[in-house]
Structure formats: structure tokens, C-alpha cells
Design a protein around this ligand. Structure first.
Ligand code: AMP
Length: 282
């Protein structure tokens, strides 16, 4: 595995790989890798000749009072894990490389899609995500880019950006990788105390229960939402940011379930905000 910091070096490798007709798979991450990230790398490894993984804790996607400085980092461990997954190139740019002095251009998906769900409590978040992902796409020039369904809104917004800006690549959305007790894996799970960690299993349980009642015939979004909220509030310390039932593509609220539907939630335990979701084809 080659570890690269400079854009020039990266560009050279990409130009050569493309000249040789190699297919490039790309997995953008913020590091502090876990099995969820590795599942994306394994998929990329299966489907491409060259696998590039970036690790960049992107400052523009954090709000002023969010956890940018506290975000967990362990590059040495990450490099060992990537190497064990046969990643070809670990791209580890500095903040100055991505946002040099004088940087003023941002990429923003407009409209309701970025204003709902996480966009409500994190109004500048997706602008930071689309800006850095657009830059990374230009630098890495992948044929396929891999994202997790865990960040369902992010994946939908990136697909929108790729369509709107004619990026010549396929976005591959991979399933949520979970702990044995169902908690969706996340770098932020390390923030949880033992008590919060135990309580957090309610998120996936509530989603599974909602699936069961939908399978029994329930279609009313308000009543499904209410059941999820009530179950989450039975555990100590859970503060709901949102529970939403939306159409999976446009992410707009639905009153009655039909077609591909996303049930998504964000819940805080202390300062730690956790996401989870399920998709159901009704
Ligand atoms: P992050 O480092 O949190 O920005 O995540 C990098 C990529 O890994 C994103 O596309 C995430 O959606 C994806 N990811 C994070 N957690 C998981 C998970 N538990 N299962 C699958 N993909 C994940």
C-alpha cells in the first residue's frame, strides 16, 4: 500500500492507472476505521483494479459547536487496517492541501433534500460534504465511489450531485454494518459511556419493530413514528433529534407509506449524536 499526502503524487498514479485501463474504486472516509468502513473497502476491492481510500476529517462539514477537534483519529491503526484489506493507495491529505489559503469555492446541492433530516440541525454540513467529495472525485477520478447506507441522506445528496454535475462515475451504496447487538457501527460510538452504549441498542430495535408493524399492514406514517419515538424514550438519556419517514429518493415526508421508503432517525446520548435507518419497499 502506498501512503500519499500530495495531490501531485496522487494525480501521477491516477493518470498512469487510467492509461493502463485500470478501474479505480474509491472509498472516502474520515478515518478511525471500523468494520463498516472495511465492508466498503472489500466491495471496492472485489469490483476494481485499484482501490483508493482517503482519510480526511473535513473541517467544512462540522458546525461551529460540533466535534471537529474531538473527532477520534488514529492514522497508524487505520493504515494497518487498510493494508490488511489490500488497499492500494491511502490518500491522507492535510487540511492545507484540500483547503489552501485563498480557497473560496463550494459545491452545494440546493432544495429541500439538504434542508430536511440532518440538514435541519446541521445547516452547513452537507455543503461541506459535497464540496470535499467533489474535490476528492476530481483528484481521484474513480470509476466507482463507495458510500454507506448508514448516512442515507449523504448518499442520496451525493447521487444528486453526481447527476447534476455530470461526474463520470457510479455511486455504490453499501448496506449498514452493525455490531452483534444491532447498533450501527460508527467512529462516534467510541464517545459513548457504557450506559449510553447499552441504551443505544434501542435505535435499531425500534426500527425493527416498525418494520414488523409495517409487515402487519400498518401504513400510517404518524402512527409508526409515534411508536418509534415512544420506544426510544423508554431508555435513559436518549434525546430525539428526529424520527422521519420519507421517500427514499427525494427524502420528503410521507403521510402514508408506499414504494421505497426510508425510516431514519438521529438520537443524542449526551453530546453524541447517532444515526440509523432502514429502507422498506412497501
Ligand atoms: P465516515 O468516516 O463516518 O465519514 O464514513 C465513511 C463512509 O463509511 C461513509 O460513506 C459512511 O456512510 C460509511 N460508513 C460509516 N459507518 C458505516 C457502517 N456502519 N456501515 C456501512 N458503511 C458505513
Amino acid at each position: 500500500m502506498q501512503t500519499i499526502e500530495s495531490n501531485r503524487e496522487l494525480r501521477q498514479i491516477i493518470v498512469n492507472a487510467r492509461k493502463e485501463g485500470k478501474r479505480i474504486g474509491f472509498v472516502p472516509t474520515m478515518g478511525f476505521l471500523h468494520e463498516g468502513h472495511l465492508s466498503l473497502m472489500r466491495r471496492a476491492r472485489q469490483e476494481n483494479d485499484v482501490v483508493v481510500v482517503s482519510i480526511f476529517v473535513n473541517p467544512t462539514q462540522f458546525g461551529p459547536n460540533e466535534d471537529l477537534d474531538a473527532y477520534p483519529r488514529d492514522t497508524e491503526r487505520d493504515c494497518k487496517m487498510m493494508s490488511e484489506e489490500s488497499v492500494d493507495i491511502a490518500y491522507l491529505p492535510t487540511v492545507e492541501t484540500i483547503y489552501p489559503e485563498g480557497f473560496t469555492t463550494y459545491v452545494q446541492v440546493e432544495g429541500p433534500m439538504t434542508q430536511v433530516l440532518c440538514g435541519r440541525s446541521r445547516p452547513t454540513h452537507f455543503r461541506g460534504v459535497t464540496t470535499v467529495v467533489a474535490k476528492l472525485f476530481n483528484l481521484v477520478q474513480p470509476h466507482r465511489a463507495y458510500f454507506g447506507q448508514k448516512d442515507a441522506q449523504q448518499a442520496a445528496i451525493i447521487q444528486q450531485m453526481v447527476r447534476d454535475l455530470n461526474f463520470d462515475l457510479s455511486v455504490v451504496v453499501c448496506p449498514i454494518h452493525r455490531e452483534p447487538d444491532g447498533l450501527a457501527m460508527s467512529s462516534r460510538n467510541t464517545y459513548l459511556t457504557a450506559e449510553q452504549r447499552a441504551a443505544a441498542t434501542v435505535l435499531y430495535q425500534s426500527l425493527c419493530n416498525s418494520k414488523a408493524i409495517i409487515n402487519d399492514g400498518e401504513r400510517d406514517a404518524a402512527s409508526i413514528k409515534k411508536q418509534i419515538q415512544e420506544q426510544i424514550l423508554t431508555v435513559p438519556g436518549a434525546v430525539i433529534d428526529y424520527v422521519a419517514i420519507v421517500d427514499a429518493r427525494g427524502l420528503q415526508d410521507v403521510d402514508s407509506l408506499s414504494g421505497l421508503t426510508l425510516i431514519a432517525l438521529a438520537v443524542k446520548f449526551g453530546n453524541t449524536r447517532l444515526l440509523d435507518n432502514i429502507q422498506i419497499n412497501v
